[in-house]
Ligand binder design. Structure first.
Ligand SMILES: Nc1ncnc2c1ncn2[C@@H]1O[C@H](COP(=O)(O)OP(=O)(O)OP(=O)(O)O)[C@@H](O)[C@H]1O
Ligand SMILES: [Mg+2]
Length: 424
């Protein structure tokens, strides 16, 4: 209102002042006109003041609106950053791309998987080198819905994945899709290990069981069998039964080591090694192998003593069993901070390099016949590896075929700051 009245009142006062300039005007009229002009000037001043107040209020409103807008923008960027941080921190690779397969965002793990530092301007194909994934995106784009499939990626290494692509909506006139990949390689590998293990166990049991059965059948069917042969067959049955017991015991040891947290105590390594060497003395004599020791005193461990003894016994038993007559075995211990190292070196038959990566697998034996003849089950080193790793240690092997092998176990040394376990 004031906007309209201000010019009107100004015009009116100007008109009134002009009229006062007429020469023939009686003085009473002139005075009245001047008074009216002054009144309308006052009115104009009033309207101008109201306009100025209104303008101030409007300016204030504009300032407040500006502040609100800035706050909203800030909140939006914060939200966007939170969303990106959420995507970035996901433990699975996630990519966002449009229907033309151009990438809009990739999280950190996706870049790591495909070995890139950034994805600016890249397409899904250029990042993943997977045509199958691209075809899956086309399928999702056609249906504008969620699709998933098992896809094997071959770049930069082979990965068996479960890929899921879902529609996110529209942005800058493009359809956006999210792509998530779940690595199933480890799961498939474990599944394969489990299948192999079951197959190996049944095979290991079936062989002695079959020979026990055929030996028993022969004794049963042949009533006229000479006593000496019968005795030999019965001895073989006992040997096979012993072998079955050993496999069962080893499997039990392995499963116990896998399922239970080792109960730890503080002990010195030297007496433990001496005990193991003592226990294997008869076996060493039987193989005509000499055992030497070179032990650093005062190496203390916080570990399960029985399990560490088992580790040393298994390594010693191998070093004797796979040795040559008149050969030797040397057990060394020394500190390599923060580890205590136990080395079992032999002058035995050695391990061919192609077999080295496999010897810690369950039931793996380089020479099945030799190991079986000497009563081996192929579980000794699997037990060693499991026990050592569950103690936070490592086991490695160096070997030269027909020359000898060195097995090196590293176990964390007892730190004086460590609290000894409280008795139950
Ligand atoms: N010191 C060694 N020298 C040469 N070969 C070895 C040595 N230690 C292990 N091997 C090879 O590794 C294989 C696996 O050893 P592992 O101790 O697991 O089984 P094993 O000795 O056959 O049976 P057991 O379960 O009775 O120990 C052995 O069969 C043997 O072929
Ligand atoms: Mg062994």
């Amino acid at each position: 209102m004031s906007f309209r009245w201000l010019p009107a009142s100004l015009l009116l006062s100007a008109a009134l002042l002009l009229l006062t300039a007429l020469p023939m005007l009686p003085s009473a009229w002139r005075e009245a006109l001047i008074a009216a002009a002054l009144g309308s000037i006052l009115l104009a001043y009033y309207f101008a003041r109201r306009i100025s107040l209104r303008c101030n209020a409007l300016r204030q409103q504009v300032l407040e609106l500006n502040e609100q807008r800035e706050n909203l923008e800030l909140e939006l960027t914060r939200q966007q950053r939170r969303r990106l941080a959420l995507i970035d921190g996901l433990p699975i690779p996630l990519m966002i791309c449009d229907e033309d397969a151009m990438l809009r965002h990739t999280n950190r793990l996706a870049l790591e998987w495909f070995g890139f530092r950034h994805m600016t301007g890249k397409s899904l194909l250029a990042l993943t080198f997977s045509y199958d994934l691209y075809l899956l995106l086309l399928k999702a784009s056609r249906r504008q819905s969620t699709v998933s499939a098992e896809i094997t990626l071959s770049f930069p290494k082979e990965r068996h994945t479960e890929a899921t692509i879902w529609y996110l909506g529209e942005a800058d006139s493009h359809h956006l899709f999210a792509i998530a990949l779940i690595d199933k390689s480890e799961l498939l590998r474990l599944e394969q290990v489990r299948r192999d293990f079951v197959a190996n166990v049944s095979h290991e049991f079936r062989t002695p069981l079959a020979s026990i059965r055929s030996l028993a059948e022969t004794i049963h069917d042949d009533l006229d069998m000479p006593l000496e042969t019968r005795q030999r067959f019965l001895n073989l049955i006992i040997q096979e039964a012993d072998r079955l017991t050993r496999i069962a015991e080893d499997l039990l040891t392995l499963s116990r080591a896998e399922s239970m947290q080792p109960v730890k105590e503080r002990f010195e390594l030297t007496p433990l090694i001496q005990q193991a060497v003592q226990e294997m003395a008869v076996e060493a004599q039987r193989h005509q192998v000499q055992v030497f020791t070179d032990l650093q005193p005062n190496l203390k461990l916080m570990a399960n003593r029985d399990q560490i003894l088992q580790v040393v016994l298994n390594l010693l038993s191998n070093a004797l069993r796979y040795n040559k007559p008149q050969g030797s075995v040397t057990v060394r211990t020394y500190a390599q901070d923060p580890y205590a190292v136990i080395e079992v070196a032999d002058t035995g038959i050695g391990i061919p390099s192609e077999a080295l990566p496999r010897i810690f697998e369950r039931f793996y034996r380089v020479d099945k016949t030799r190991s079986r003849e000497s009563g081996g089950t192929g579980l000794g080193l699997a037990i060693v590896k499991h026990i050592v790793e569950s103690h936070g240690g490592t086991v490695e092997v160096e070997s030269e075929y027909r020359v000898g092998s060195v097995f090196r176990v590293k176990l964390p040394l007892y730190q004086e700051t460590e609290q000894p376990p409280t008795p139950p």
